[in-house]
Design a protein around this ligand. Structure first.
Ligand code: G3P
Length: 220
């Protein structure tokens, strides 16, 4: 699983979100891998028309009905989003909400990616049996310094934490990934995929960067 979080970077504003998704979708097809995209919330429907692997960047645990401005699982599902990031470092939520959202997504047949900042959180949230735990040390996010190189032990320990939960949760590795080598290293350390933002979105050649990352998945 190769997940690209578009965040609110200017580079993906307007038509560019569609352009990036089209490139990601073509590369995924070429290398026969899954590349998921997380566009800004208001583009979920539009982007879902060109990709079947669209995730929300965040969800609120609010009820269906009179909850103005909140973004909730049942409604994004109807926009064909396949799942969501939960508890991203830039949009943290309380533990009870994480638990409720993981369960809510599971009941809806949607995929949950719970973001965590350290091994302790990986351990704690893997017990909820989300589809994925994404380990992202906050200080490395957007730094261009990959966690797989800077703090490889965090990946191996998180892999272990997820294993100990003894369920089907898998580990994604995020933060600072900017090269194929970073991807390769993360996969070698036991991650089942990556969560990346600036390394793709801010690159000057989207096609080239996505291909550079994608090819590493075919080597496994
Ligand atoms: O959601 C992915 C993210 O937080 C990692 O960001 O820019 O370090 O790839 P980046």
């Amino acid at each position: 699983m190769f997940v690209i979080n578009f965040k609110n970077y200017e580079e993906i504003a307007g038509e560019n979100a569609t352009r990036l998704t089209k490139i990601a979708t073509e590369v995924a097809k070429k290398y026969e891998i899954t590349i998921a995209v997380c566009p800004p919330q208001h583009l979920l429907s539009e982007i879902s028309k060109i990709s079947s692997n669209v995730f929300a960047q965040h969800l609120d645990n609010s009820k269906i009905g009179s909850t103005t401005g909140f973004v909730i699982p049942e409604i994004v599902k109807k926009s064909n989003a396949k799942g969501s990031l939960i508890n991203h470092s830039e949009h943290r939520i309380p533990p009870k909400e994480i638990e409720d959202l993981v369960n809510r997504l599971r009941n809806l047949g949607m995929i949950s990616i719970v973001c965590v900042q350290d091994v302790k959180e990986a351990q704690m949230y893997a017990k909820l049996n989300p589809n994925y735990i994404a380990i992202e040390p906050p200080e490395l996010i957007g730094s261009g310094k990959a966690v797989s190189k800077e703090k490889p032990e965090i990946i191996t320990e998180s892999v272990q934490a997820v294993k100990e939960a003894n369920n089907s949760t898998q580990l994604l590795c995020g933060a600072g990934i900017v090269s194929g080598e970073d991807v390769s290293q993360a996969l070698k350390l036991g991650a089942k995929g990556i969560l990346v933002a600036s390394g793709i979105v801010k690159s000057t050649d989207w096609q080239k960067s996505i291909e550079e990352f994608a090819v590493e998945f075919t080597k496994k």
